[in-house]
Design a binder for this molecule. Structure first.
Ligand SMILES: Cc1cc2nc3c(=O)[nH]c(=O)nc-3n(C[C@H](O)[C@H](O)[C@H](O)COP(=O)(O)O)c2cc1C
Length: 275
């Protein structure tokens, strides 16, 4: 047992195939004198805790970081490419929600999934501010829309209203253009010193959106909500974003009665085959 990383090889199971060595991104595993994998000298500090060694071992012989293979979910339930494509094609931005909370089980599933999203250098310090309760969402909605109304009345040409300006008429008419009457919101923040602070939140929300929609939950990316949180820091205090973190992006979500019946027919994207 390597103490620092708690690497444990079950000698009865390990067939010394070397897959764990080959799949270790920082290359900190080697075969020891006894023929079994071990951590190279001074290698522990370079471990990114990705657990690839545990995941790749065909024999379930390797435990690390206090995780044993018996407690891992099996990877035999891969969905087919056609199903994945169908999910991607049918994904839509929902702007129509039931005015009710998601059930706790679905909310729990969505949150647990987030532990599996990739982050640069396996950083995994993202911070997710969830508005779990419709009543809290209504308070935030009312506060933001109230502030926007006041600003539009005071100085509609104010540059800080930038992205909101195109919705001025609707906002002045009292429509919830920012939060689309959604019952829930998730705002993702990342540490300023993380390797990929702008990309990681976007990846997390991309996974969140697809998983949510596979569960029948509507979602919409929301630049306006993210913008409102930046424009009104007093309201954003409720998100409890930790010191040294910056707000990445926001997504609204919730139960919906809306069903899209067919895919859209987007223009083909521009691709260049580099020679
Ligand atoms: C980064 C990003 C920001 C967005 N911000 C908003 C927003 O603030 N409000 C909104 O209603 N939709 C927003 N959307 C949704 C887009 O308007 C939507 O993706 C587009 O209209 C196409 O619809 P579809 O997602 O159903 O294909 C955003 C989408 C993305 C990717």
């Amino acid at each position: 047992m390597d103490n620092e990383l708690q690497l444990h090889i079950d000698h009865g199971r390990c067939v010394r195939c070397g897959l764990c060595l080959r799949d270790c991104a920082p290359g900190i595993l080697e075969f020891g004198a006894d023929g079994f994998p071990r951590v190279v000298e001074n290698g522990a500090g370079r471990c990114t805790k990705c657990q690839h060694c545990l995941a790749v071992c065909p024999e379930g012989a390797l435990s690390i970081l206090g995780r044993s293979p018996e407690n891992s979910a099996p990877c035999d339930g891969m969905i087919r490419g056609s199903e994945m494509l169908s999910l991607i094609r049918s994904r839509r931005s929902f702007r129509s929600y039931r005015h009710e909370n998601l059930d706790a089980e679905t909310l729990g599933k969505l949150k647990s999934m987030l532990a599996f999203v990739p982050t640069g250098v396996n950083d995994h310090r993202l911070y997710f501010s969830f508005v779990d309760d419709l009543r809290v969402m209504d308070e935030i909605r009312n506060a933001v829309n109230g502030e926007l109304l006041e600003r539009f009345r005071r100085d509609p040409a104010s540059p800080e209203l930038g992205g909101f300006s195109r919705y001025a008429k609707a906002i002045l008419a009292g429509r919830d253009i920012v939060f689309r009457e959604a019952p829930h919101m998730v705002v993702v923040s990342s540490p300023d010193d993380s390797p990929c602070p702008t990309v990681d939140p976007v990846i997390a929300l991309s996974y969140f959106e697809l998983y949510a929609q596979s569960l029948g939950v509507g979602t919409v990316w929301c630049g306006l909500a993210a913008g409102a949180m930046k424009l009104f820091p007093e309201i954003a205090k409720r998100l409890c974003i930790p010191e040294g973190y910056s707000l990445g992006y926001a997504m609204l979500f919730g139960p919906t009665d809306l069903r899209y019946r067919r895919a859209t027919q987007p223009e083909m994207v521009r691709c260049h085959s580099v020679k």
